[in-house]
Design a protein around this ligand. Structure first.
Ligand code: ZN
Length: 260
């Protein structure tokens, strides 16, 4: 079955800045959605900030396996109740692919628990993203590095938790480095942060960048794993008989309805 992907975009720069409109006439979401659709593995829809519920109704999220997120100047306009809703879906298994300036989105900061601050410069740096985990499914089909002739610089320190899997490290002309492809497991869900994609550069027309975004969506897709049952009292009865002493201990501790 095709993986159901929702490409979410703030969609403000494309409507306000003619340079960005020129690069992405269909919006960043439209360009990414088109590339993912062409790949044939995904059932793709888009959603944007100014739609009701930012396009992320309970029904849309219930029918989304992987949510892709691009935002920049309007992070604060995303309503907290929608962030709560997205977070719950991730913990229940939905994948999240966060792109570029989405590092400061409410949902990414929520899932990281840190500021996600970083250093930055808009000065036409060249970026070279080195693959540091060559066996990972996210780098399937690309070479040892991806080169982008002009991009915004993001530099360390990047205030994130240590990634569960680090996939790319970027080098920039100015001498900075950056952890530019980071994987996390949260609850039953997975999160992939991928750095490139400043709106005034044609980064989402780069075939390697698009390939990695698609690979990220494949990796982040839910798996048919167990749903842990944390039910109150559910584990009062051990799976194996306990030694007599421990049995006594358990029986005196099982009267509380609260988790231990
Ligand atoms: Zn940017």
């Amino acid at each position: 079955m095709a993986i159901r992907v929702t490409v979410w975009n703030e969609f403000r720069h494309e409507q306000e800045n003619p340079v960005v409109t020129g690069i992405y006439p269909e919006g960043i979401h439209g360009t990414i959605a088109q590339a993912l659709t062409a790949r044939g593995a995904f059932d793709v829809r888009t959603a944007t900030l100014d739609e009701p519920d930012h396009g992320l109704t309970p029904d849309v999220l219930a029918n989304t396996d992987v949510l892709i997120w691009w935002g920049h100047k309007a992070h604060r306009d995303v309503r907290d109740e929608i962030v709560d809703r997205v977070q719950q879906r991730i913990l229940d298994g939905m994948g999240l692919v966060v792109l570029h300036s989405g590092h400061h989105s409410k949902i990414f900061r929520r899932m990281m628990g840190t500021t996600a601050n970083l250093k930055w410069r808009e000065a036409n740096d060249k970026e070279r993203l080195w693959v540091v985990q060559p066996g990972h499914p996210i780098v399937e089909g690309i070479g040892e590095y991806i080169e982008i002739d002009e991009e915004e610089m993001y530099g360390e320190h990047f205030d994130i938790p240590q990634p569960d899997e680090l996939i790319f490290v970027s080098w920039f002309t100015g001498g900075e480095v950056f952890r530019s492809g980071c994987c996390y497991f949260r609850g039953r869900g997975k999160i992939f942060y991928f750095r490139p994609g400043h709106e005034t550069y044609p980064t989402y027309h780069n075939k390697d960048v698009l390939l990695v975004i698609g690979n990220g969506a494949l990796w982040a897709a839910p798996v048919n794993g167990p749903v842990p049952d944390y039910g109150i009292g559910k584990w009062n009865q051990p799976l194996e008989p306990l030694p007599a002493k421990a049995k006594q201990f358990v029986s005196s501790e099982t009267t509380s309805a609260e988790p231990g």
